[in-house]
Design a protein around this ligand. Structure first.
Ligand code: GTP
Length: 404
């Protein structure tokens, strides 16, 4: 990975393996793709490529339903969760089974992160063991189950909180060569980007079967896309078929046209590579894009992630306060910080009153006039306070008893 000043300046998160290897934390590559896009073949290819470069990655399989994998995983969800049993026990269908298995697995995310962080740092007991440079993550082909589940978010956020994390979105190029399937795929990628908020590489796979240069052109040149759209419309590629000439109602082309305009901004955030997982072409280009996106992660996404984490912690604190207030209300104690009774406790702690009480705990009559007046005034305030409830008064009485 190219080392830049931005990288050197990037703050290491507290749990980051950067603590052990400040210049080069491993990059996590999360492969997401529709069923049949060639995701498994792609994973196998990049895994083999890194092994060939004598830089073996750490591989994690998050697909509980996969029956055969052509590569070995260091961490495999199937070792912890039995997908078939989950389906049986919870009486679920295939997608529910995958989602529940992922949910169960995500409860162990801390253990997973501990393992990854250990492998990312140098091992003092075994200095010859090289820290890992890449973490490859395979996900279920049912994209929506992973992307839109809480567990998918938990797993990705945990990864991203420790390592630069990049999404590789695998696209079946031959199946995306019409403007409508291309647009559907782009919208899907767009929704993943906005849901995951992580840098993304579009991997146009099966480049041996269909050259992906058309896709790059469509993404960079609006007019080229327009021409292809008109062609598809004229050849009735969208179906519909009303009227002669196969132009349809024009609704589809109008929709795709306006969406392509909207997606221009989205395209500018992406890296695009064409690969053939079958033959191994384009893999160098893919890893160059990974390095570029890892830098982008540190520069642009990491601060945003940190901001979101701080915001979440603040919200949690606010929520806790809200819950506490609700609990006090449930107990009919009002808002604890709004009652003068509570304020009194704090004041009593560090004022003379305490000394008086501790010196002569039994002797109420010995309290000097100032103390008595002060206490009296506070009882009255407690009784008169707008928000004072019967419980506040009881509390004041309780305080009084304690002070005796
Ligand atoms: N021509 C060509 N075929 C490919 C390439 N990559 C994958 N395939 C084929 O595409 C089909 C699907 O590949 P997989 O790797 O199983 O796809 P997947 O996305 O993992 O599919 P699921 O396991 O269903 O999620 C297989 O027949 C592969 O041989 C490629 O680069 N070129």
């Amino acid at each position: 990975m190219a080392s830049t000043s931005a990288e050197a300046a990037a703050p290491a998160t507290s749990s980051s393996p950067a603590a052990g290897d400040a210049a080069k934390p491993p990059v996590a590559i999360v492969c997401i793709g529709m069923a049949g896009s060639g995701k498994t073949t792609f994973m196998q290819r990049i895994n083999a490529y890194l092994h060939q470069k004598k830089d073996p990655p750490y591989v994690m399989n998050l697909d509980p339903a996969v029956t055969h994998s052509p590569f070995q995983s260091n961490i495999d969800i199937r070792d912890s969760v039995n997908y078939k049993k989950v389906m049986e026990e919870y009486k679920l269908g295939p997608n529910g089974g995958i989602m529940t298995s992922l949910n169960l697995f995500s409860t162990k995310v801390d253990q997973v992160m501990n393992i990854l962080e250990k492998r990312a740092a140098p091992d003092p007991e075994n200095p010859a063991k090289k820290p890992i440079n890449r973490i490859l993550v395979d996900t279920p082909g049912q994209i929506e189950v992973f992307v839109w589940s809480a567990s998918g978010t938990i797993l990705l956020e945990s990864l991203a909180s420790s390592f630069p994390t990049v999404i590789a979105y695998i696209i079946d190029t031959p199946r995306s060569s019409s403007t409508s399937t291309f647009m559907s795929n782009m919208l899907y990628a767009c929704s993943i980007l906005y849901k995951m908020k992580l840098p993304m590489i579009l991997v146009f796979n099966k480049a041996d079967a269909k050259d992906p240069s058309f896709a790059k052109e469509w993404m960079n040149d609006y007019e080229a896309f327009q021409e292809a759209l008109t062609e598809d419309e004229n050849s009735n590629a969208f179906g519909g078929g009303e009227g002669e000439g196969g132009g349809g109602s024009g609704y589809m082309s109008g929709l795709i046209n306006s969406m392509s305009l909207m997606l221009e901004e989205f395209y500018s955030h992406l890296s695009i590579v064409g690969v053939s997982s079958l033959y191994g072409t384009g893999i160098d280009e893919f890893f160059a894009a990974v390095d570029e996106k890892a830098e982008e992660f540190k520069k642009d996404y990491q601060p945003e992630l940190d901001r979101r984490r701080t915001e979440r912690e603040e919200n949690k604190k606010k929520q806790r306060e809200k819950e506490l207030a609700k609990m006090m209300k449930d107990m009919n104690l009002g808002n604890p910080s709004a009652t003068s009774a509570f304020a009194d406790i704090k004041a009593d702690d560090d004022e003379e009153e305490l000394k008086v009480l501790s010196s002569d705990e039994d002797d109420e009559i010995d309290m000097d006039e100032d103390d008595k007046e002060g206490l009296q005034a506070r009882y009255e305030a407690a009784m008169q306070n707008d928000s004072t409830t019967t419980a506040d008064a009881s509390f004041a009485k309780y305080l009084h008893t304690q002070q005796r």
